[in-house]
Design a protein around this ligand. Structure first.
Ligand code: ATP
Length: 139
């Protein structure tokens, strides 16, 4: 079975939506294999967001992601990478469909970065790379 790295981003933790996100993941039938709340610095985020370095939203993204605690979760289940991305909805929370985490709970705040509540790995390769960054003992 497959694993994915999920993050409840600082906006989600700040708004008290961690339980709601975990509820939807468990409701879907995925297992919570590891879970940790922590505030991370630029080093971890630079690794995590290496593919976005140099893009216009990179600096605000790192700033935002280090602005408060995140809850990092490893989930497990058949096709959970694709499954969680379906639960999360589109990157832009204004456009994300109702029924998804971002569509139901997210909105635009007129800031330089999409504050879109959650992250989920986008491929098996990203999942193993990201799990090694956030939970080295599971890699
Ligand atoms: P995530 O990887 O967080 O699940 P995603 O795969 O939909 O979301 P990516 O393209 O990997 O989005 O971008 C990572 C994050 O960078 C997004 O979740 C969002 O917070 C921010 N971001 C991406 N594109 C933009 C953009 N055009 N403007 C502002 N912020 C953006």
């Amino acid at each position: 079975t497959e694993r994915s790295l999920v993050l409840v981003k600082p906006d989600g933790v700040r708004r008290g939506l961690t339980g709601e996100v975990l509820h939807r993941i468990e409701g879907k039938g995925y297992e919570l294999v590891a879970l940790d709340r922590r505030t991370v610095g630029r080093d971890i985020l630079a690794e995590h967001y290496a593919e976005h370095e140099g893009k216009p939203f990179y600096e605000p993204l790192v700033e935002f992601m280090s602005s408060g605690p995140v809850v990092a979760v490893v989930i497990e289940g058949e096709r959970c990478i694709e499954g969680f991305r379906a639960l999360a909805g589109a990157t832009d929370p204004t456009a994300a469909l109702p029924g998804t985490i971002r569509g139901d709970l997210g909105r635009d705040w007129g800031l330089k970065v999409q504050q879109n509540l959650v992250h989920g790995s986008d491929s098996p390769e990203s999942a193993s790379r990201e799990i090694a960054i956030w939970f080295p003992h599971l890699a």
